[in-house]
Design a protein around this ligand. Structure first.
Ligand code: ATP
Length: 508
């Protein structure tokens, strides 16, 4: 079994080799942390979008969609707090010239201590067997207790320093913990500085009249500023939601993890407007509902976990991440945030327009509270893609790489092959293909031996291969080969579409 770093490299090269993900402007040596999706990547991405949109919008009567512009009035970002506070503390190592997020350096340090604790637990569990009481062990083992205290002490310095923009304090913490640069190994650090993550540009044609605007760093604000438009025109009653899929841009300081952290990426967000006081009930509801969505893809539950935030953003009264076990470890995939009335309240104040809901039961108007679900499309792509990547040794000793992509998301649903390139088989295969393609994304392939054609489809995650042979011409039957089991069955041509449909429904 390859270690995770090797596995991650293999996944990245598979993504490139099979037309899923390319480095942006690769012929010019690429652009850092920007990626393009190739012929199969674009399909997979679209399928993830549709799967999310259906679950959120189509399956909920009280959730509607929106497609807001990327450019927004600059005051939007003043109101949302992004102009003043959407920044990360950065620090450079003078020897390696590498730039880091100062808080991430400290968090990684804490994660190492956490890993030590986990190791102790595993060791002890082995030693004590059935009688092992994890809670008691964590509370009483002297080494564990000491490490837990260490983490607490670090948190007690890091979080207040972050809240107060105390950059000297963060730097002192890095010095006191003797954190070294992972590249140079040295502790030769610059001061910590604030770095705003928003990209800005100019709108307007004349230099004098031009205004500075931003590329949106999140899609959520497009929903908030349209709250009243949608509520009124859709005659929506609380609770209701507005969902949106779209690009977001962040000038990330550290962007070295393939499509996990990009400078241009896509978000799928839903803002759920509720009566004040009911937000924590809905927050719990959406936490569970979103986890269920992930599980509906058939990826095992142990690949996911919740991470409840201890340190809440100033606008939130509850927040959790759904983390996924990526090849680079458990990391945030989706955030569920109870954002109170912070955003609508701020836009109401800055715009001077009332952003309220008239509650007919109470006979009064108020600013609704909001529960947000915010998932990264590219990170979902990476989660699905990395989980699907499987190297198999077959019974005959040969090897195959198969992408066990949930069929509902597979770029190609079925490939149609003539067994050989003559005897009327290509014509018959094309006829079947031309019919299937009206309902499903399909491929026709007659090149190379059948085994190689199967391998090509396995490598892009196609659930079914349909082969036309001489018998097809006699009785209108074909063989259908299933991707995961490689089992082949003989079925009639009319059954193909139903089999594909049945398999795709499994994920609902
Ligand atoms: P992180 O802590 O990893 O930077 P975040 O907490 O800033 O993420 P949010 O602002 O909550 O992220 O954004 C919601 C979702 O958008 C995240 O859960 C993630 O899936 C996605 N996302 C955020 N930043 C990026 C990025 N740079 N590249 C790809 N996806 C991203």
């Amino acid at each position: 079994m390859a270690n995770n770093e090797d596995l991650f490299k293999k996944i990245i090269s598979h993504a490139k080799e099979y037309g899923f993900v390319f480095q942006s402007s690769e012929i010019y040596d690429g652009l850092s942390a920007v990626y393009d999706y190739g012929q199969y990547g674009a399909e997979l991405k679209n399928n993830i979008k549709n799967y999310w949109w259906k679950a959120m919008v189509q399956h909920h009567e009280n959730i509607v969609g929106l497609d807001a512009a990327i450019f927004m009035h600059p005051t939007t970002w003043k109101a949302s707090g992004h102009v003043d506070a959407f920044s990360d503390p950065m620090i450079d190592n003078k020897d390696s010239k590498k730039r880091y997020r100062a808080d991430v350096l400290v968090e990684d340090f804490m994660a190492k201590i956490e890993a030590k604790i986990n190791k102790e637990v595993v060791k002890a569990a082995k030693r004590f067997g059935d009688t092992f009481d994890k809670g008691q062990f964590l509370d009483t083992n002297p080494r564990v207790v000491k490490n837990k205290e260490k983490i607490e002490a670090i948190k007690n310095r890091l979080y207040p320093a972050m809240d107060n923009n105390d950059f000297d304090g963060i730097k002192q913490l890095i010095i006191d913990l003797e954190i070294a640069c992972p590249v140079s190994g040295s502790r030769n650090w610059t001061d910590v500085r604030q770095f705003n993550l928003m990209f800005s540009t100019q709108i307007g044609s004349t230099a004098e009249g031009a205004n500075q605007i931003y590329l949106r760093p999140e899609t959520a604000q497009g929903i908030f500023v349209n709250y009243l438009n949608v509520q009124k025109t859709g005659r929506m009653k609380l609770p209701f939601g507005i969902a949106q899929i779209g690009k977001a841009f962040r000038n990330e300081i550290v962007a070295r993890q393939f499509i996990f952290r990009m400078r241009e990426f896509e978000q799928m967000e839903m803002q759920f407007f509720v009566k004040p006081g009911e937000e924590l009930k809905w927050y719990e509801h959406w936490k569970q509902e979103r986890l269920n969505w992930h599980l509906s893809l058939g990826i095992p539950a142990e690949k996911y976990r919740f991470h409840d935030h201890e340190k809440l953003a100033h606008y939130a009264n509850a927040a959790a991440d759904i983390e996924f076990d990526f090849p680079i470890g458990f990391k945030e995939l989706e955030g569920i945030h109870s954002r109170t009335d912070f955003d609508l309240g701020a836009h109401q104040k800055h715009s001077g327009k009332k952003l309220q809901f008239f509650d007919p039961e109470l006979n009064e108007s108020y600013v609704p509270y909001v529960v947000e679900t915010s998932i990264g499309l590219d990170r979902t792509f990476l989660a699905v893609f990395s989980h699907a990547y499987t190297e198999e040794v077959l019974d005959d000793g040969s090897e195959r790489i198969v992408m066990n992509i949930p069929p509902v998301l597979s770029p190609i649903k079925a490939a149609v092959f003539p067994l050989i390139k003559k005897g009327g088989l290509p014509e018959k295969a094309r006829e079947i293909f031309d019919d299937l393609k009206l309902d499903w994304m399909c491929q026709y392939d007659e090149k190379d031996a059948i085994g190689r054609r199967y391998r090509r489809q396995d490598a892009i995650g196609t659930p079914y291969c349909i082969t036309v042979d001489h018998q097809t011409l006699e009785d209108n039957t074909v063989t259908i080969r299933e991707r995961d089991s490689m089992k082949q069955d003989r079925i009639s041509i009319e059954e193909i579409s139903g089999i594909i449909a049945g398999r795709i429904k499994e994920n609902r």
